[in-house]
Structure formats: C-alpha cells, structure tokens
Ligand binder design. Structure first.
Ligand SMILES: Cc1cc2nc3c(=O)[nH]c(=O)nc-3n(C[C@H](O)[C@H](O)[C@H](O)COP(=O)(O)O)c2cc1C
Length: 202
C-alpha cells in the first residue's frame, strides 16, 4: 500500500459520526501501513467548486488546441484525478443528506469522473481507468437503510458503488453508521461501526 486517499465530507467536526468512525479506520491503516502516504481531502474545510462552463469544457474536450488553452481551468480536476489514480485505497466518509450524498461530495465526483482520465468508451463499452484499487465507504445516516422499510430510500451506497464501478473501482467495502436520529440506536451506532472497522479485511 503506497497511498491512501481519504475524503471527509461532514461539516459537523467532532460531532460527526462518519468522521469518528473514519478516524478509527485511519488509526488501523496507519498501524498496518506505516509507510503509506495518507492524503486527506476535507471537503467541508476546503469545499470544491461545482462544475462551471469553462471547467466542464476543459475536462471534456478532445481538441488538443482547445485543451491547451483550457489547461488552467482543468488544473483542479487534474490534481484530484491524479490523487485518486495514484492511490491504492480510497476512503469516503460521508453523511446521508436527503437520502443522497451531500453536494460537496458530488462536486468531488464531478471533478474526478472524467473522460480520458478515469474512464473511457471503447467499442461501445465503458472502460474504468481507476484500476487495481480498493474503496471503503463509511456512511452515516439518521435512519436505518440496510434493512426494513426505508431500504429503497438509500441513494447513497448504491450510487457510490455504481459510480465507483463506472471508473473501475469494484472492490468496495461499506461500514454503515446507522440510526443516528433514533436515540436507542444512536447510542451504540459509532461503537458498533468501530467494531466493524476493526474486523475489515484491509
Ligand atoms: C441536511 C441534512 C439532511 C439529512 N438527511 C437525512 C436523510 O435523508 N436520511 C437520514 O436517515 N438522515 C438524514 N440526516 C441525518 C444524518 O444523516 C445523520 O445526522 C448523520 O449522522 C450525519 O453524518 P455525520 O454525523 O457524519 O455528520 C440528515 C442530516 C442533515 C444535516
């Protein structure tokens, strides 16, 4: 393991359940892989811009002349995709907001899911270019989504698995921190998730 990329999303600092569990994971990874470089992207502390017109053109154009002119606009996407492509493990720690991912995480996704960098089309097929990587998702939610009536409302884990698979990351493990808005579950949700982290195959 040479490089780990960790994406933190919640703006709730020390109150954040996803961050608390992700810290347990980082502690384990640091012991297991002491020489791995850990890159942390805190999307709450340093939010990324939504895609604007010029960046969109810059990261999608195939015209080499235009691409040269648009190089500056593509720089942030270049850096983010570079971080991802150079990493062996991606960790995303995120809350569920309105049954989906917070827009801060969507902004990161929009900058790294990029034709010619992290995926391409070949003979009508999609080819993920972010190969030989693993991902771990640490997902906090107020309700319970792994079972019961709210299961179809989970647009976080299915979406993240699908979009990571699209760019070639198919080895994905998930740690759920569920029931944070249900007092009798909230009390044990973080310790329970920490236990899952301790047992993850890393
Ligand atoms: C803006 C907002 C929207 C939320 N939407 C949902 C939701 O749709 N479903 C749910 O189960 N919990 C929802 N929650 C609760 C959070 O998922 C829960 O508090 C979780 O612990 C947040 O992760 P964090 O502790 O890492 O910040 C929402 C919380 C906020 C602040």
């Amino acid at each position: 393991m040479k490089q780990i990329l960790m994406i933190d999303v919640s703006p709730r600092g020390k109150d954040s359940a996803s961050r608390a569990v992700a810290e347990t994971l980082v502690a384990r990874l640091t012991v297991l892989y002491p020489s791995a470089r850990l890159i942390r992207r805190d999307l709450a502390a340093e939010p990324l811009p939504h895609l604007d017109g010029i960046t969109l053109r810059a990261i999608t154009t195939r015209d080499p002349v235009e691409a040269e002119q648009l190089q500056a606009a593509a720089r942030q996407s270049d850096q983010l995709t570079g971080e991802l492509l150079d990493s062996d493990l991606l960790v995303i720690a995120a809350p569920m907001w309105n049954f989906g991912v917070p827009s801060a995480l969507k902004a990161w996704i929009d900058l790294v899911v990029r034709p010619g960098r992290t995926f391409r089309y070949a003979a009508g097929e999609v080819l993920g270019l972010a190969k030989d990587k693993k991902a771990i998702l640490v997902l906090a939610s107020g309700g319970v989504f792994t079972e019961g009536p709210w299961r179809p409302w989970d647009f976080v884990e299915p979406y993240l698995r699908q979009i990571l698979g699209f760019i070639g990351i198919v080895d994905v493990q998930t740690v759920r921190v569920e029931g944070m808005n249900i007092p009798e579950l909230a009390i044990s949700a973080v310790p329970k998730a920490n236990k899952v982290v301790e047992e993850l195959a890393l």
